[in-house]
Design a protein. Structure first.
Length: 446
């Protein structure tokens, strides 16, 4: 899971706009950040571990002059390192000049492609899918970069949103089914591209449109040109973008994230009412669901848990020990509002169950008499890296335990999940990749 953004303009200050766009996408990855900038035939870049404001200070930003800039924020996938070779962008030389690539997604055949490239003598510094993509692009580039790009897209499988600098041109590419999101915006004479529309809001840019599934867009001094036309009819956006990953103030494929989650909360209340006193959302991703649940149920919504906003998402920490530590320090109950009360605790999902178990324990220690858990997505039973780096199936609590067993493990007084039909109703259609719930993935992506 990661966030990508790009800026194409006429001034040499593309990095300033890119900085704030990456800042707005920080929720998509908190372990590293990087940007690459094109200037007079060369690509300069900087990347390092840490948050956006830690990685880029004023001196570094001043150095990154150029009218085209791409950037990335990252969550490390399983087995990936944290050091320099594992941080995007990937920058390389090609026959026609300079190349920079940022990528969000999972290339399912990357290992096989890498073996073939290594057999041909190509060297790799990391296990990043992005490095495989960049190497393919460099290998395929002969007379036309666009031909190389199309050949590369025909080779790779999986999920991807990519922004590429090839000399003085920027390309934006979305995978065949649109599993990963990517949108285009405009700010004056600048074109901007990002994983989520909240990045446009951060710089005052106007949303133009979503890039369609399978579409390849070229941006240069002449404006925007569609190299390969996309097909919205085959859209299968990764459902976890709507449920968990995206910021609530973003829009993806014409859908409001906040409205979809709020609607899911309402439907969840209809499907699974609870005999309780108040509704509490698990911050932050459960809040929108909880508000909808409270509205439909007639129960009062209470901010019963305060989140330490200087602690990252516990689910996306790379090790179990770090996840458990993050859970301990990131949440604190408002005891005066929950003591002696029967709570409905609403969250977006249960993956491993670690966070939920500790949250329930914390609430009961703070005096809650009952905690009834309601989840705004169905049980996560199948592992898939197409949307984000998920645990193995054996680590998914719903894959190895029944609902009643999960209830006992996490210490809830009751536990219910929204139905898949209910979730799709809330999101306004079934054009989503749902494999994490059903094990059914779009054809040809794995």
């Amino acid at each position: 899971m990661s966030g990508i953004a790009g800026v194409y303009g006429n001034s040499q200050e593309a990095r300033d706009y890119l900085y704030y766009m990456l800042y707005a996408l920080q929720h998509r990855g908190q372990q590293s950040a990087g940007m690459a900038v094109f200037n007079n035939g060369l690509i300069d870049y900087h990347k390092d571990r840490g948050l956006v404001n830690d990685v880029f200070d004023n001196e570094i930003l001043k150095r990154l002059n150029g009218n085209i800039a791409i950037g990335h924020v990252r969550m490390a996938a399983k087995g990936e390192g944290f050091d320099y070779p594992y941080i995007q962008p990937i920058v390389a030389g090609i026959r026609m000049g300079a190349l920079g690539v940022v990528h969000d997604g999972f290339i399912s055949n990357a290992k096989d492609i890498k073996k073939e490239l290594q057999a041909e003598g190509y060297m790799f510094q990391s296990t990043l899918d992005t490095e495989v993509i960049a190497t393919l692009l460099a290998k395929n580039t002969k007379d036309s970069f666009e031909d190389a790009l199309l050949k590369t897209i025909d080779t790779i499988k999986g999920s991807y949103a990519m922004i590429i600098i090839a000399n003085d041109t920027m390309y934006a590419v979305r995978d065949y089914y649109g599993i990963k999101p990517l949108s285009i915006g405009k700010l004056g004479d600048r074109w901007v591209v990002a994983s989520e529309t909240c990045a446009f809001d951060s710089i005052g840019a106007e949303f133009v449109r979503d890039i369609e599934p399978g579409e390849v867009v070229k941006i240069d001094k002449n404006g925007i040109d569609v190299v390969v036309k996309g097909d919205p009819s085959r859209r299968k956006l990764g459902v976890f973008e709507m449920v968990y990953i995206a910021r609530p103030d973003s829009y993806i494929d014409g859908k409001s994230i906040y409205s979809a989650r709020r609607n899911a909360g309402r439907i969840l209340a209809k499907e699974h009412p609870a005999d309780a006193d108040i509704v509490v959302g698990a911050p932050d991703s459960g809040t929108s669901f909880a508000i909808g649940y409270a509205e439909e149920s007639g129960l009062n919504y209470t901010e019963g848990i305060i989140k330490n906003r200087y602690v990252g998402r516990s689910f996306i920490e790379p090790s179990q020990d770090m996840r458990e530590l993050a859970v301990k320090i990131k949440l604190n109950p408002l005891k005066e509002y929950i003591k002696g009360k029967r709570l409905v605790l609403v969250d977006d999902s249960i993956v491993r169950g670690t966070t939920m178990k500790r949250t329930i324990t914390m609430l009961k220690e703070a005096g809650a008499s009952e905690v009834h858990v309601r989840i705004g997505s169905p049980e996560v039973k199948y592992s898939s890296n197409l949307m984000m780096d998920t645990p193995t199936r054996e680590e998914l609590i719903a894959a190895v335990h029944t609902k009643d067993e999960i209830k006992d493990i996490i210490g809830a007084d009751s536990l219910e999940f929204i139905s898949l039909d209910g979730l799709f109703e809330a999101m306004g259609g079934r054009d989503f990749s749902e494999g994490c719930f059903t094990g059914i993935f779009p054809e040809g992506v794995l």
